[in-house]
Design a protein around this ligand. Structure first.
Ligand code: FUC
Length: 801
């Protein structure tokens, strides 16, 4: 059935002609009646992070992860080091950070803010409102698995690579005329790290295995072939370390001998060796440390040990590949793609290496799969990879941007299930944050501030300048609504809706009328980490808070409508929403960061946080069609901020320039990010130091350059913009398997900057309105009569004519 609906103005893609391009639209054969088809054919070309030598430093090591367990692979030929992580090894223990003086201090603090005595308000918060202790607790390393090779000779033909297609590290080298191969992977289904060492001459594998750790710990042996590392996490801010952990490595040799002595196992003249590593802790929940790590590792190892390596590998690939293969991106390949990865990062700016942009896009997807799977902790500031006991910013969850950014690619890059740990954290914070709301604000609902940790701390920490920001939980809630918009999964929405509603309840009860304007505002708050006057950030109703709350309130009202719940509360929320302070345009034509026009005199005019642009991205309150004035003001603000920034801030700016429909500027940020200053040799993003948010922001940004969507819940209508910000640097390409709002899977092919065709796979019944890319002459989409029904299980093809 080829019902061509010839319509003008359906969509004009990419660069070049501004003229509206009519499209033929064809409904294709039924694909599936239920689930959307998410598999994309994997192209053959390689997707590997490659080195020609072992890692000399941690940022050259290659990350493996199964969501919970992480390993950084160094690949030395005389000493192999795998630096190990488990995502519940954190310092300290269950703790409530509430400050008992806070509630009494709150009215006075508010008075000081409205009297414009911001510095005094900030000091009062530091004295009486800040969490106790003032800092939260860090995420920590488990330690290292060490393999020493006493017979190591000079290695030649050395290769070390992380193959993203198989989530496998492979190391090859020749020494003493023998070709050695190591193959490592982190299996989610079997919950173990698997190491396989082979050689092309029998009897060639001789090594000594042991553990090492900076934690309070001991290394012992168990039976003939098992090593144990048993320890406890460190103290922090006066709170003793209470996470007990165990790592257990079981060695299985083929040929040769194994001899165990005092925390070491000697392998002599084996033909091949398999090592299985299990790690567990006593953590069951943020307030429950009653599990038995020894029993957990023993059970996991017993199960895995009954299997062959081939069967473990097959289970790993059967689990990983269906996730990873959902999306393929091809921007063309040049001979540079053969080079070691760090060389490509060093030359990207001046080379023609579009495949590196693809590799980094897919690396972000890989990292999300490897650090955030159902049942694990959410990805923290370093995902799960951290070699320190005291990492930068505690490698915690900074929720005034960084944690949210970690999850930006999850939906558009088609990994919706990776959101689950974030939703589980929201569920916890709705409990600890409820106590915080009661203790420090005397309110119902729940609140959390700019940071949290394994213990789900909800108090303002790190000092008022950074911590006095009550909208962290509200921002996290956006992921729940986004998940609904992308998947139309009503049951997931029903499950998480109470957390949204209770987050909104807190604000309905605690927003105060700003006596100067009559609007409802958060008070006290900050525009994250940016000073409006020297060293002072505390204020009332910063632009970001108002925008986050509009999104939260809309999500609650729409969810309640969809689920047919809480009609009275809907009314309360709607009326609060109408009284929030609106966005304003300042004297420089910029979008104001605060209610007052302080921007141009603020101490750090190029500050890394671009919080006031939340409404442009990730929000959708600023839009070229509906709010052209705010759209122009947001652009102005971004120009004033400039491009130079930390890694994550550049990642955000890629998304913002994509939303501004400026592909070439978005690409400039891509190129700025893919430099040794902002991308480590192993492709980890650099703040610097390493922070994983920049990897995820980048991946989301590339997706946003290729496809944007907007969902209207009342009419179930999806607006789709295909290639909204395609840069001149990527004239030809194709992408398959991106996800758009409205449960659509989208494949796009383009040539010479113009759309060749887009194939849309509808997963649900929706109304679809493909838009041509926003140009100066673009018509208002709300009046364009281009909407058509798309039916679940059908494919639709858009072809320019
Ligand atoms: C916020 C940022 C910093 C850093 C930290 C983890 O505080 O402002 O740049 O990313 O989080």
């Amino acid at each position: 059935m080829n019902t061509s609906l010839n319509r003008r103005d359906l969509l004009a893609a990419g660069l070049g002609t501004l003229a509206a391009v009519p499209l033929a639209l064809a409904a294709e054969s039924v694909v599936s009646a239920v689930a959307p088809p998410v598999e994309a054919a994997a192209p053959e070309e390689s997707l590997s992070v490659r080195f020609r030598e072992p890692a000399r430093q941690w940022l050259e090591a290659l990350p493996l992860g199964n969501g919970r367990l992480g390993a950084m692979v160094f690949g030395g030929t005389d000493r192999e080091r795998l630096q190990l992580n488990e995502d519940t090894v954190w310092a300290g223990g269950p703790h409530d950070y509430a400050n008992p003086r806070a509630l009494d201090a709150l009215p006075e603090i508010r008075k000081l803010v409205f009297a414009e005595k911001y510095r005094d308000a900030q000091e009062r918060i530091n004295a009486d409102f800040a969490g106790q202790p003032i800092t939260q607790m860090p995420y920590q390393t488990v330690g290292d698995l060490i393999l020493d090779f006493p017979d190591a000779a000079d290695a030649t033909e050395y290769r070390r690579e992380l193959d993203l297609r198989d989530a496998t590290v492979r190391i090859h080298y020749t020494a003493n005329g023998v070709r050695f191969t190591r193959e490592y992977f982190a299996s989610a289904p079997d919950d173990v790290l698997v190491l396989r060492l082979t050689a092309d001459r029998p009897g060639s594998i001789t090594l000594t295995a042991t553990f090492a750790s900076p934690q309070t710990s001991e290394v012992t042996g168990e039976g003939e072939n098992t090593l144990l590392l048993t320890g406890v996490s460190g103290a922090s801010a006066g709170i003793p370390g209470q996470v007990r952990f165990r790592a257990s490595a079981q060695l299985r040799n083929e040929g040769g001998t194994l001899v165990a002595e005092q925390g070491r196992i000697h392998v002599r003249k084996a033909d091949a060796l398999t090592v299985l590593v299990a790690i567990a802790t006593n953590h069951r929940a943020y307030d429950d440390l009653t599990a038995d790590p020894a029993r957990r590792t023993a059970e996991t190892l017993a199960k895995a040990a009954s299997r062959t390596v081939d069967s473990l590998r097959a289970a790993h690939l059967a689990d990983y590949r269906p996730l990873f293969q959902r999306v393929s991106l091809d921007l063309g390949t040049t001979p540079d793609a053969e080079k070691p990865t760090p060389e490509r990062v060093a030359t990207f700016k001046n080379a023609n290496d579009p495949h590196l942009a693809v590799l980094q896009f897919q690396f972000g997807r890989y990292l999300l799969i490897a650090s955030s799977r159902p049942g694990t902790q959410p990805a923290n500031l370093q995902g799960i990879w951290n070699e320190s006991l005291n990492p930068p910013w505690g490698s915690k969850y900074t929720i005034n941007i960084n944690t949210e950014m970690n999850y930006w690619p999850a939906l558009p890059a088609n990994l919706a299930e990776c959101c689950e740990p974030l939703f589980a954290m929201i569920r916890d914070l709705a409990v600890t944050g409820r106590k915080m709301a009661r203790d420090q604000y005397g309110a119902n609902g729940w609140v959390t501030h700019h940071n949290t940790d394994l213990w789900r701390g909800a108090a303002p920490v790190d000092g008022a300048f950074w911590g006095m920001w009550p909208t962290g939980g509200a921002w996290l809630c956006k992921a729940v609504w986004d998940h609904y918009e992308y998947t139309l999964d009503r049951e997931a929405l029903r499950k998480h809706y109470p957390h949204l509603r209770e987050a909104a309840r807190f604000f309905v009860e605690t927003l105060v009328v700003d006596p100067r304007t009559g609007f409802l505002v958060t008070c006290p708050s900050v525009s994250p980490e940016n000073a409006h006057h020297s060293d002072v950030s505390v204020c009332a109703g910063p632009t970001m808070d108002n925008a986050i709350l509009r999104d939260l309130f809309d999500a609650v009202v729409r969810s309640a409508e969809i689920l047919d719940l809480d009609p009275d509360f809907r009314k309360e929320v709607t009326s609060a929403r109408e009284r929030l302070a609106p966005m304003r345009i300042g004297n420089a034509g910029q979008l104001q960061e605060w209610q007052e026009d302080w921007d141009m005199d603020a101490p750090e005019i190029r500050h890394r946080h671009v919080s006031h642009l939340y409404g442009l991205y990730p929000g959708q309150q600023i839009d070229p069609h509906r709010t052209p004035d705010l759209f122009a003001a947001a652009r102005k603000s971004l120009e004033i901020r400039g491009d130079e920034a930390t890694g994550w801030s550049m990642g955000w700016k890629i998304n913002l320039w994509a939303r501004l429909r400026d592909g070439n500027h978005a690409f400039k940020l891509v190129a700025d990010l893919l430099t040794p200053e902002r991308t480590a040799p192993n492709l980890f993003d650099l703040h610097p130091p390493f922070q994983i948010d920049g990897n995820f922001g980048y991946t989301a940004g590339v997706a946003e350059m290729l496809l944007q969507s907007r969902f209207d819940a009342a009419s179930r209508t999806v607006e789709l913009e295909i290639l909204p910000a395609l840069p001149g640097a990527w004239p030809d390409g194709n992408v398959r398997g991106l996800r758009a709002r409205g449960n659509l899977i989208v494949d796009i092919a383009w040539k010479q900057g113009k759309l060749v065709e887009a194939v849309l796979h509808a997963g649900s019944d929706i109304n679809l309105r493909p838009l041509r890319s926003r140009r100066a002459d673009a018509a208002d989409p709300t009046t364009e009569p281009t909407t058509f029904p798309a039916l679940a299980g059908k494919k639709y093809r858009l072809i320019p004519q």
